[in-house]
Design a protein around this ligand. Structure first.
Ligand code: FES
Ligand code: FES
Length: 168
């Protein structure tokens, strides 16, 4: 008999505003729950050990690596994935990525956008150092980060203009 089955537990949490209840082994990982149980495949899995940031999501207002979060840690949690950013139209971060040519591969981009969302939720006009620190857990070994820094410049400039015009 599968030992995990003996200790499955019902866990309730919210993902992208939707209440979810699943019966799972307590050591089932959040990244697998998102991708396999909820078909939210925008969150990627690469290193599986908390080093690359591909699996980044926002949980209870904080940026986390979903490959390191287990079902037993998720009771009553509120989670936002990359899918939450574009339910109706592209999020301004995604628009800035498009305009600045910052889109990289499908593995690293969602995690980077989520890391920036988490930063911009806390800091409206981040400095370059803030951006670099926020992205320090998101690895890309291919193209570098110049496009991403251009996108953040564009985004913060736009925010500044909007605030200056009193539109927010
Ligand atoms: S897959 Fe989670 S940090 Fe790399
Ligand atoms: S890992 Fe995505 S472009 Fe390098």
């Amino acid at each position: 008999m599968d030992a995990n089955k003996l200790i499955e537990k019902t866990t309730s949490f919210k993902v992208n505003g939707k209440q979810i209840e699943l019966t799972l082994p307590p050591t089932y990982r959040l990244v697998d729950i998102l991708r396999d149980s909820l078909s939210l495949t925008g969150t990627k899995v690469a290193c599986e050990v908390g080093r690359c940031g591909a699996c980044s999501v926002i949980m209870n207002g904080k940026l986390v690596n979903s490959c390191l979060i287990m079902a037993y840690q998720m009771e009553d949690a509120e989670i936002f994935t990359i899918e939450s950013l574009s339910e109706e139209r592209l999020h301004p971060i995604q628009e800035a990525f498009l305009q600045a040519g910052a889109l990289q591969c499908g593995y690293c981009t969602p995690g980077m956008i989520i890391a920036l969302k988490s930063l911009l939720d806390e800091e409206e006009q981040p400095s370059k150092e803030d951006v670099l620190t926020a992205l320090s857990g998101n690895l890309c070994r291919c193209t570098g980060y110049e496009g991403i820094l251009r996108a953040v410049d564009l985004l913060t400039k736009k925010r500044h203009e909007t605030i200056g015009e009193g539109k927010e």
